[in-house]
Design a protein around this ligand. Sequence first.
Ligand code: YNC
Ligand code: MG
Length: 388
Amino acid sequence: RHKFWETQPVGQFKDIGDSSLPEGPIEPPTPVSEVKQEPYNLPNLYEWVTCDMESEEMSLEVYNLLTNNYVEDDENMFRFNYSKEFLSWALRPPGYFKSWHIGVCVKSSKKLVAFITGIPARIRVHDQVVTMAEINFLCVHKKLRSKRLAPVMIKEVTRRVHLENIWQAAYTAGVVLPTPISTCQYWHRSLNPKKLIDVGFSRLGARMTMSRTIKLYKLPESPLTQGFRKMEPHDIPAVTRLLKKYLSQFVVAPDFDENDVEHWLLPKEDVVDSFLVESPETHEITDFCSFYTLPSSILGNQNYSTLKAAYSYYNVSTKTPLLQLMNDALIMAKQKDFDVFNALDVMKNESFLKELKFGPGDGKLHYYLYNYRLRQALHPSELGLVLL
Ligand code: YNC
Ligand code: MG
């Protein structure tokens, strides 16, 4: 059933519920000198290419491959459309390895036909901080599907991760593989209900008219919390402290230092937005919220080509109630002309989703660890990790 995944050091379906198995690495590391030195073999017409994401030309190749071949919803109405700026941000965090940005191209034409990436991250699992690879952007051109290319790409990225003496990974997927550490659900908050209904993203509710729907989702013009403002570079130390403390309550969460916060959370136009609450009296930073920009292409609609979506990222509340903080995040997203605000049911998100008029989506998102066993699956609220 899972001819490839059954051979990998991941939690296997047959072991679910076996609490005698120890938590932690499934296989021990080997000396880096014993890691296979040559790339895995590809079918004869293809070759490996290391993608230089600093090169404008290569970035565009990657962008085009993903724009036309990356993740779609179940009904094939929408396809993720990560921007070039977003990809450059997502793939070049502190300490990134160029060798983990892996393409497959046609030997004769050099056309890029497949892609997979890793980035390094420190992820805490219970009380262990583990250096991992976060694997993302696995994509095979539509014309090359179902030829078992994906397993070769996964083995090759694994080999290159091992060459850096890193032995664990984290990844998410919409498909069920052996074996999720948690299964989350996306929730959607309409900001521009008319467009969402016109493009088939949502439907008019029972006994609802368009004008009642627009009124239902109406938001104030500007944020309501006193001291709510955009994050700035001088906030990095305070935000890092706030986030570190907040994330310590979750079972799986990134271990962010100031360099990570600078990279992942300092606002970057059309990529990531971050806001905080600075106490008007004490100037203390008490709360934080953020979202990233990930539009989707709308496939085959006469009137619209792009759905502008904001995705909830890391949010911390210590003083402002989370509900009020996220309401301000929605107001900022609306001000920035997003059509929809999406959030997973991770961290404390469940506490605001229904009240702030998010509705459940249909797709699930499964979280996985490679070569690291958890004794039992986690409730989404025990996850403090958001992957892009
Ligand atoms: C997937 N998403 O089960 P079995 S998410 C992992 N993640 O293997 P073929 C996947 N494995 O079941 P196709 C997967 N999807 O026989 C499929 N598989 O054991 C497994 N879609 O390969 C599948 N991007 O090449 C099966 O399938 C085997 O041609 C079949 O290619 C798959 O980025 C894919 O959804 C996904 O582009 C590339 O469908 C293709 O269909 C495609 O015959 C649209 O493959 C885009 C899309 C996936 C987004 C993502 C996370 C990827 C994680 C990969 C695993 C990383 C492991 C850790 C490595 C580092 C370790 C260290 C240390
Ligand atoms: Mg294939």
